[in-house]
Ligand binder design. Structure first.
Ligand code: NDP
Length: 394
């Protein structure tokens, strides 16, 4: 844990708190995202780092688990303020990370802009150009498909779950929360695979577009969120057929999860589906939940999904595509080569298929067929535990 002092555009001194949790390196260098959000604290980062250990193990790639970030809020800050913050954050973080030690990536509030500023400062401090971060720009060591990987992976995982019931995305209506990196490409991939996404959200509320969010509307969202950095309510100003519902803090549930659909992709943040939301989802016909966000379902929600026997893909399996392609970015950096779109996407698809297969077969082997939560936890744990035993008391 460390102090991050920086100056805002008015020349005033600001101080945030920075964190990096290095949880386990039994099967490879620590690996996991950086999150910049005012809610960040030690407890949240520890649970994320713990989950990351087993997620990374499931990918079949040699990566340990970690997580980090700051309570800094990039919302409403100028590019120069974000740059000064990132430079100060990396000045301390650089002492702890390295391409063979700990390789951070992006997460909430840390996208291409932030990774660029962080990488630039690392290079300046160390005088070396190495793959110390993933999620880099394509022109300077980034991998094709990395921005899309988490969400493409979550959709591939859902498709694999559907296939166990001889079903597909064809004609399915899908609910998506969030409107950041993960949510955006989920909408794109579901559209490609024959489904229709009807919702998106941010921390101020959600939009419902019954006709579906097609490629043109998604392009509007991407410009709104990634370039203009505006609020999702503007979607309903632009497309009159859509309805915006603001967040109501008095409600004990989220009305986004109370819409008729077959699939749900929570893609915003932790604990965004509570027990009541889960009951609403099932009541409205949702039988596929694939978690793009990390731990979006509370324990009550998880129990409800498992009790109802729906196809429930927990985050550490369903959203492992992001870190998997980060692992592929590390391989490309080590080779000093860049693979094509098709090659990375094909490898991602293969990894998601293998994660699904592991979860499915381990769940069966341990007496809980169809329980992807057990499959992911046990499957991820065994490899790490075996490696720790092999390496002795260290
Ligand atoms: P972004 O910052 O791009 O987007 C996050 C979205 O979620 C925004 O729409 C944001 O709205 C909303 N959100 C965040 N916090 C809250 C909150 N407390 N309440 C309501 N809405 C909130 O992040 P990502 O898309 O990268 O990440 C989304 C989720 O996916 C996270 O759980 C992350 O850990 C997980 N994930 C991401 C990976 C990646 O590769 N990026 C990899 C694996 C998992 P607002 O702007 O209003 O805050």
């Amino acid at each position: 844990m460390f102090r991050v002092p920086w100056q805002n555009d008015k020349g005033e001194v600001q101080v945030n708190r920075g964190f990096r949790i290095e949880m386990n390196s039994a099967i490879g260098p620590y690996k996991g995202g950086l999150r910049f959000h005012p809610t960040v604290n030690l407890g949240i980062l520890k649970f994320l780092a713990f989950e990351q250990v087993f997620k990374n193990s499931l990918t079949t790639l040699p990566m340990g688990g970690g997580k980090g970030g700051s309570d800094f809020d990039p919302k409403g800050k100028s590019d120069n303020e974000v740059m000064r913050f990132c430079q100060s954050f990396m000045t301390e973080l650089s002492r702890h990370i390295g391409p063979n030690t700990d390789v951070p990536a992006g997460d909430i509030g840390v996208g291409g802009r932030e990774i660029g500023f962080l990488f630039g400062q690392y290079k300046r401090l160390r005088n070396e150009f190495t793959g110390v971060l993933t999620g880099k720009g394509l022109g300077w060591g980034g991998s094709l498909i990395r921005p899309e990987a988490t969400d493409y992976g979550a959709v591939y995982f859902a498709a694999e779950m559907l296939e166990t019931r001889d079903d597909s995305f064809d004609g399915k209506t899908c609910l998506v929360s969030g409107s950041g990196n993960v949510a955006q490409y989920t909408v794109e991939k579901v559209d490609h695979m024959g489904g229709k996404c009807v919702t998106l959200s941010d921390s101020s509320g959600f939009i419902y577009n019954e006709k579906g969010i097609d490629a043109e509307k998604l392009a509007f969202v991407m410009d709104l969120k990634n370039v203009r950095r505006g609020r999702i309510s503007e979607y309903a100003d632009k497309y009159k057929e859509a309805v915006f519902t603001p967040v109501d803090p008095k409600l004990d549930h989220n009305p986004l999860w109370d819409i008729k659909a077959e699939c749900a992709f929570p893609s915003a943040t932790q604990n965004e589906i509570n027990g009541k939301d889960a009951a609403n989802l099932v009541k409205n016909g949702v039988f596929v939940v694939s978690e793009g966000a990390n731990m979006p379902s509370t324990p009550e929600a998880m129990d409800a999904f498992l009790d109802q026997g729906i196809l429930y893909g927990p985050a550490k399996a369903a959203n492992a595509g992001g870190v998997a392609v980060s692992g592929l970015e590390m391989s490309q950096n080590s080779e000093r080569l860049a693979w094509t779109n098709e090659e990375v996407d094909q490898r991602l698809f293969g990894i998601m298929k293998s994660i699904h297969q592991t979860c499915h077969s381990v769940a069966e082997e341990y007496g809980t067929p169809g329980n992807y939560v057990n499959g992911a936890n046990i499957g991820g744990f065994l490899k790490v535990a075996d490696a720790m035993l092999d390496q002795g008391l260290v």
